[in-house]
Design a protein around this ligand. Structure first.
Ligand code: EPZ
Length: 423
């Protein structure tokens, strides 16, 4: 298993190019199940979760090829006219990646039947999918749970009005895809407003769907009989961009992140300015410099446009070095402080009180062996290693590879001493 060896402290300097967004590419790939045609997706990041989704799609009869323009997806016609030969997403694949549940809506809408292994809990929370299922039921699907699988059936889904009891990114995406092929109009209320949801709606509209209101709490979808091929570039990864911007603030550096949509980073940029960094914004870049004091500021994570939960761990690492007390409240997931005991191994002082992490003040960090527990926790530990005295060894880097493209190379380009050691 690979580890990262990080020699700190360092000051990051230079520019880094941000990849396409994992959390936009995953539903976009699943949308290929909606068509008996080719889909070209550009800027799909070469990270492990994408490979998992492509393997799942191959099992469901969609082949994907890397071309110079991007990832080309098409039905596997060797398996008969429609290509799709299977409507079951097996436990073996789903257990490795929760986002596999995103095949449920499109598969059911297209095939009339979908059987998907229940994702189960993960390191950051129980993460139920009852809103996904309630939405599909509202569109007329029969939904049964048995043997660890959800089994859904509908000759053709029918448009309906459905209100999510909680804004859910995956639930909104599943229902958007399902409703695109339903009969009649669907109105979804209390939807997630994340940029990745909007990007999926843009793709579906390119495929011929009729969707209005993506990015707002209420979305209208007029179902159509068929969808068609499309060519779509996924948006850039605001979480990857945010990770490098926080790393720049943490190391007192000067970093420009390129190929980003600055508007997607508003909540973070506001907070980084409050904590003492200088931020310049261009059309597709953001430059952050911090020379002076790093000030402590509280933060509460929230659905978009609030402060992203996927940057909470990285921000907590920043607060361990800030002057003054800071409180970080995690309001989206119930168990997303697994990085705290590992930061404590490096010398950080953080008190956990339910979904609050309180940092009484700055402490010097020293290099240590630490263990990654999930994707964003691993990014947090890498960032802490950049300012710790001596060598930090981050174990289970496979978590990081799920969502970050070549992080060690990008950090090396910014002047960090980071090595990947493969054993
Ligand atoms: C997406 O997960 C992202 N994953 C997550 O990023 C991200 O943390 C999350 O949205 C929130 O922004 C992908 O896009 C692949 P939710 P998702 O449904 O869709 C509860 C990363 O690091 N809930 O919006 O699973 C749920 O338990 C990952 O890249 C229900 O209670 O998130 C959570 O507390 C981690 N019932 C909250 O809602 C449901 O039916 C938000 O979850 C669905 C969700």
């Amino acid at each position: 298993m690979d580890t990262f060896h990080i020699h700190g402290p360092c000051r990051l300097q230079g520019s880094v190019r941000i990849a396409g967004a994992k959390n936009a590419a995953l539903p976009a790939l699943a949308a290929s199940l909606l068509v008996d045609d080719t889909l070209l997706l550009r800027k799909v990041p070469p990270v492990r979760d994408i490979a998992t989704m492509r393997r799942l799609l191959a099992n469901l009869g969609v082949v994907s090829q890397d071309t110079e323009d991007g990832v080309e997806l098409s039905p596997n016609h060797e398996l008969g006219r429609e290509g799709l030969h299977q409507d079951e997403a097996h436990y073996d694949l789903v257990k490795t990646m929760r986002a596999s549940v995103l095949v449920l809506g499109p598969l059911l809408a297209r095939r009339g039947h979908a059987r998907v292994s229940l994702p189960g809990g993960c390191a950051i929370g129980v993460r139920p999918i009852e809103q996904h299922l309630a939405g599909l039921r509202a569109l007329g699907a029969q939904v049964e749970l048995s043997g660890g699988y959800v089994d859904t059936r509908a000759e053709r889904l029918a448009g309906a009005r459905f209100r999510f009891s909680k804004a859910t990114v995956g639930g909104t995406e599943n229902l958007l895809m399902a409703a695109s092929l339903a009969k009649g109009e669907t109105v979804l209320e209390n939807c997630a407003r994340e940029p990745e949801v909007v990007d999926l709606a843009h793709l579906l509209c390119r495929m011929g769907a009729q969707i209005e209101g993506a990015g707002e709490a209420t979305i209208h979808i007029e179902g159509t009989e068929d969808l068609h091929s499309a060519d779509h570039s996924v948006i850039s990864d605001r979480i990857e961009a945010g990770t490098y911007l926080i790393a720049a603030a943490l190391t007192g550096g000067d970093v420009r992140v390129e190929n980003v949509q600055p508007g997607h980073l508003e909540a973070l940029l506001e907070k980084l300015e409050e904590t003492g960094s200088m931020v310049d914004i261009g059309s597709d870049w953001v430059r952050l410099q911090r020379n002076g004091e790093l000030r402590a500021r509280d933060v509460v994570t929230a659905p978009y446009p609030g402060f992203p939960t996927d940057l909470q761990a990285q921000y907590l690492a920043l607060m361990t070095q800030a002057e003054g007390p800071a409180t970080v409240c995690e309001s989206v997931f119930e168990n997303r402080f697994q990085h705290v005991p590992e930061l404590a191994r490096m010398g950080a002082r953080i008190e956990i009180d339910g979904n609050y992490a309180r940092v009484p003040g700055p402490t010097a960090l020293s290099g240590a062996h630490v263990m990654a527990t999930d994707l964003r926790a691993s990014a947090c530990l890498v960032l802490a290693g950049l300012v710790a005295e001596g060598r930090t060894v981050v174990h289970r880097i496979y978590h990081l590879d799920r969502g970050y493209e070549e992080m060690e190379l990008k950090l090396q380009k910014l002047g960090a001493r980071v090595e990947r050691i493969s054993t």
